[in-house]
Write a protein that binds this ligand. Structure first.
Ligand SMILES: Cc1cc2nc3c(=O)[nH]c(=O)nc-3n(C[C@H](O)[C@H](O)[C@H](O)COP(=O)(O)OP(=O)(O)OC[C@H]3O[C@@H](n4cnc5c(N)ncnc54)[C@H](O)[C@@H]3O)c2cc1C
Length: 402
C-alpha cells in the first residue's frame, strides 16, 4: 500500500516523527542513508551518526511527548532529572539559580543518553506495522507536481522511485532535500567546536545542571544516571580543539575542567573519550515547499548552548502531526499545500523565540570586555532576585509555552 508520508532521514527527529505519525494511524515510509547498528546488547555503544556519544537535555514537554507515545517508561532507564540549574561566569560575581521546587515542579526536564534514545526509537519503529523502514538508502532526487512528490533513491546498485502526497525532509543540517528544492538557508559559523564527553566527579551531582561561561567557551555540565556521572558540552574556539582530544590529553582536559569549575563538583576524576561537533546556525528560508516540509536540523540548526535544538524539533513534529490528523478527518489529501503553509506559520513564534534566545546567549557571553562582563553579571544577579522573571524563563525552558 502507498505510504501517506515519506520521511527522508532517520535521525532522532525522523524516527520520533515516524512514531508520532503511526500513533495517529498514518502510514509512513522512512528512508535513512546510513545503515543502523545491530540492536543486540553488545552493540549499545556502536553509535549511529545521529544518536551518538551525546546526551540530550529533554524539556518537560519533550518528556510528555514520549510519554504520550508510551515510550517514557523505557527511556527513563538511561535518563536522570534536572532539579536545579545554576548559571555563573568564570571570574564574575553574578549567579543565577533556577530551582524546580520553587517553580512547583518535580524537575525541569531529563538528561538522556542519545545512544539509548536512538536505540529505543529504532526498536519501536522496527516493531511498528504502519512504518516501513529502509536504511542504507540515499535519496538522490526530489521533484513534485500539484498532486504528488517523487523521491528517487539509491540502495546499493538499485535505483528506487517512491511517490507520496507528502514528504518530510528530516535529513539534517546540510539537507540534500532543501538544496534539491532550491531553498536558501542563512548560515552563521560560530567559529566554535563543541567538545562532548562524560566525566566522573568525586561529589554527586544532586541533579544540578551547571552552565558556566568561561574564557574558553560556555561550559555545560549536566547530571547523568549514576550519582557522580556528568555530561560535558564545552564549545571552544575552532582550531583549539585538538589539544583536548585523545587519551594522552585526558589529564589536561580534567585539569581545565577543574580550573574552570573550581571545587563545586569536587574532583574531576575520570573522563571518557572526547568527541567534536563544529557549531553553526543554519536557518532555512522556507519550511513548507509545495508538498514537502523541512523538519529538524534541516529546518533550523541552532547552537546547543541551552540544549533547545531537539526539543524545538519535537514540538514542530508534535504540531505537524496534530495538523495532519485533524485535516484527515475531512480530507484525503495529507499533503494539502495550504495546510502545510498553515503549519509553517503556526510554528514561527516558538521557533524564532528559541533561535533568538540561543544566539543572543552565545554572542552576549562571548565578549571578554570588562564593561560587558559587569553588565552580564549584574543581569545574572537581577535574574536571581527580581520576582516574576524565573517562572517565565522556567516555563519556556521546560518547553511548556509554545
Ligand atoms: C553538541 C550538541 C549537543 C546538543 N545537545 C542538545 C540537547 O541537550 N538538547 C536538545 O534539545 N538538543 C541538543 N542538540 C541538538 C540536537 O542534537 C539536534 O537538534 C538533533 O540531533 C537533530 O536531529 P535531526 O534528526 O534533525 O538531524 P540529524 O541527526 O543530522 O539526522 C539526519 C539524518 O538524515 C540522514 N540523511 C541525510 N541525507 C540523507 C539522504 N540524502 N537520504 C537519506 N537519509 C539522509 C542522515 O544519515 C541522518 O541520519 C545538540 C546538538 C549538538 C551539536
Amino acid at each position: 500500500m502507498m505510504p501517506q508520508v515519506v520521511i527522508v532521514g532517520g535521525g532522532m527527529v525522523g524516527l520520533s516523527l515516524s512514531l508520532m505519525l503511526a500513533k495517529a494511524n498514518i502510514r509512513v515510509k522512512l528512508l535513512e542513508a546510513i545503515q543502523y547498528p545491530d540492536l543486540s546488547e553488545s552493540e549499545l555503544h556502536h553509535y549511529h551518526s545521529s544518536f551518538d556519544a551525546r546526551n540530550s537535555a529533554l524539556s518537560r514537554r519533550s518528556v510528555e511527548i514520549y510519554n504520550k507515545l508510551g515510550l517514557w517508561a523505557r527511556l527513563q532507564e538511561y535518563a536522570t532529572p534536572i532539579r536545579q540549574v545554576h548559571i555563573t561566569e568564570e571570574g564574575g560575581f553574578g549567579k543565577a539559580r533556577l530551582l524546580a521546587e520553587q517553580e512547583n515542579v518535580e524537575n525541569f526536564g531529563q538528561v538522556i543518553e542519545n545512544a539509548w534514545l536512538g536505540r529505543v526509537l529504532l526498536s519501536e519503529v522496527k516493531k511498528n506495522n504502519l512504518i516501513e523502514l529502509i536504511d542504507g538508502i540515499e535519496v538522490t532526487a526530489l521533484t513534485q507536481n500539484e498532486k504528488q512528490v517523487t523521491v528517487q533513491a539509491k540502495r546499493k546498485q538499485e535505483n528506487i522511485q517512491i511517490q507520496s502526497q507528502l514528504v518530510v525532509a528530516a535529513d539534517g543540517r546540510d539537507s540534500f532535500c532543501r538544496q534539491a528544492l532550491g531553498v536558501d538557508a542563512s548560515v552563521h559559523d560560530y567559529e566554535q567546536v563543541a567538545i562532548v564527553t562524560t566525566v566522573q566527579t568525586s561529589k554527586p551531582h544532586h541533579h544540578v545542571g551547571f552552565e558556566r561561561f568561561s574564557a574558553l567557551g560556555p561550559l555545560a555540565l549536566l547530571p547523568l544516571p549514576g550519582e557522580n556521572r556528568r555530561s560535558v558540552v564545552w564549545p571552544v574556539k575552532k582550531g583549539t580543539e585538538e589539544q583536548w582530544l585523545g587519551s594522552e590529553n585526558d589529564q589536561k582536559f580534567l585539569d581545565a575542567l577543574q580550573h574552570t569549575y573550581g571545587g563545586r563538583a569536587g574532583k574531576f576524576e575520570k573522563t571518557g573519550k572526547r568527541f567534536c561537533y563544529p557549531l553553526s546556525q543554519v536557518l532555512s528560508h522556507k519550511q513548507a515547499i509545495g508538498r514537502v516540509v523541512l523538519m529538524g536540523n534541516a529546518a533550523h540548526t541552532i547552537h546547543p548552548v541551552a540544549g533547545q535544538g531537539f526539543n524545538l524539533c519535537l514540538r514542530d513534529a508534535d504540531v505537524l502531526v496534530r495538523f495532519l490528523s485533524n485535516h484527515l478527518k475531512t480530507s484525503e489529501d495529507i499533503g494539502d499545500q495550504e495546510l502545510l503553509k498553515a503549519y509553517e506559520q503556526a510554528r514561527l513564534i516558538d521557533q524564532q523565540r528559541v533561535i533568538k534566545f540561543c544566539d543572543t546567549v552565545v554572542r552576549g557571553f562571548s565578549h571578554q570586555n570588562p564593561v560587558l562582563k559587569f553588565v552580564r553579571n549584574t543581569g545574572l544577579i537581577a535574574f536571581d532576585i527580581i520576582p516574576g522573571i524565573k517562572p517565565i524563563v522556567a516555563t519556556y525552558a521546560m518547553g511548556l509555552k509554545a
